[in-house]
Design a protein. Structure first.
Length: 365
């Protein structure tokens, strides 16, 4: 059975790119397609693979470029010729699900319905780009919904994504939660005093209010990641906040394991970073919304010693004030490193691959 794997774009390192890597490992016989590929900005894994790209690869090399060229990129992906394949798996947060299997079946592993179209206020905030889309939203939403019907079966990364696939596309979906490479992380017996935030520095990741909170708290915060918001975030950060930029996986695991806690700020996220933190024996302070509510066990002061061993402290408003209060609560909670590691172990890659392979095999039976 000829198989194709399709990803939106390979021009950064994020959770979706890591998941696509696992799919490529499991379906190693498959051909790989993507809109554009920047080998210097994504995972090393793909350098040893033959990557089929579109003509837009000559023009787009960054996530920002993809966002700005969305109408053209959508049309190019829609017209990608996959007629020779019996089975197509798209890995999609935006346009990969637009492909047509034509003579085969199309399963889409969906991270979320196209966020920029369905929840632009959460994705763009009050930015100029977001406002410029408003007159065209109805048209593009209709196109998005129509092209989503090219998918024979959706697989959602979480129950929250499943709910939104139903809401926006009126389609059912099966849930297979995203994994982490648990074996790459381990706890440290030498904890430091800093808090850690790991994120691409984009507006919708909402790192801004974390910087403002730690400006006020005066506690040490390390920020790992790069992106369009970096210059602004550096300009407002005080001296207790350190920007590490891009770090390799080896350094990342060390920073995870030595941190007091990992801060998680975004709204529209599944939450691989909180799981990686737990696998490193480190608790999480997270905005309690969407996928993170399915992967973390939040501390509940009312349950006391009777509750399941917590893995995180949640706050429920994306604001400086709410995060400050959550940090104060965190200071009063005793987290058990061994329990955090055991909790994260459930989300391992081997189990994910087995579930995905089993589901796809059953789908064709």
């Amino acid at each position: 059975m000829r198989t194709a794997l399709v990803h939106d774009a390979l021009c950064c390192v994020g959770g979706a790119e890591r998941i696509f890597k696992y799919l490529c490992e499991e379906f190693e016989e498959a051909d790989i397609y993507t809109l554009c590929y920047n080998p210097n900005e994504t995972l090393e894994f793909f350098k040893c693979k033959e990557i089929n790209v579109t003509w837009l690869d000559k023009l787009i090399k960054t996530p920002q470029g993809l966002r700005l060229s969305f109408p053209i990129a959508a049309a190019v992906m829609k017209n990608l010729d996959l007629s020779k394949y019996d089975f197509v798996i798209s890995s999609s947060a935006s346009i990969a699900k637009y492909v047509s299997a034509k003579n085969g079946k199309h399963l889409s592993y969906c991270y979320y319905p196209t966020r920029a179209l369905w929840e632009p206020e959460k994705y763009f905030g009050n930015s100029k780009l977001g406002r410029s889309l408003n007159p065209f939203l109805k048209y593009y939403r209709e196109k998005d919904k129509k092209l989503a019907n090219r998918v024979d079966q959706f697989i959602a990364i979480s129950n929250d994504t499943k709910k939104h696939i139903k809401k926006y596309y009126n389609r059912s979906s099966h849930v297979i939660h995203c994994p982490i490479e648990t074996e790459n992380f381990s706890p440290s017996n030498n904890k430091s005093d800093y808090f850690l935030l790991v994120s691409r520095l984009l507006k919708w990741k909402r790192v801004d209010y974390a910087v403002k909170a730690f400006n006020e708290l005066g506690l040490p915060l390390k920020i790992i990641g790069t992106g369009e918001e970096e210059e602004y975030l550096r300009s407002i950060a005080k001296s207790n906040i350190e920007f590490l930029g891009f770090v390799d996986d080896k350094q990342l695991t060390v920073e995870y394991s030595k941190a007091r806690a990992v801060i998680f700020t975004p709204l529209l996220e599944y939450g691989l970073i909180p799981l990686e933190a737990n696998a490193s024996g480190t608790p999480v302070i997270a905005y309690g919304y969407a996928g993170v509510t399915e992967t973390m066990v939040p501390y509940n002061s009312e349950e006391g010693m009777n509750q399941q061993s917590p893995t995180a402290v949640f706050f429920y408003e994306q604001s400086k004030e709410a995060l400050i209060e959550a940090v104060k609560v965190f200071e009063e909670v005793d987290f058990v490193s061994e329990d955090l590691v055991e909790h994260a172990s459930k989300w391992n890659v081997k189990s994910f691959k087995t579930k995905f392979r089993t589901y796809t095999s059953n789908y064709f039976d």
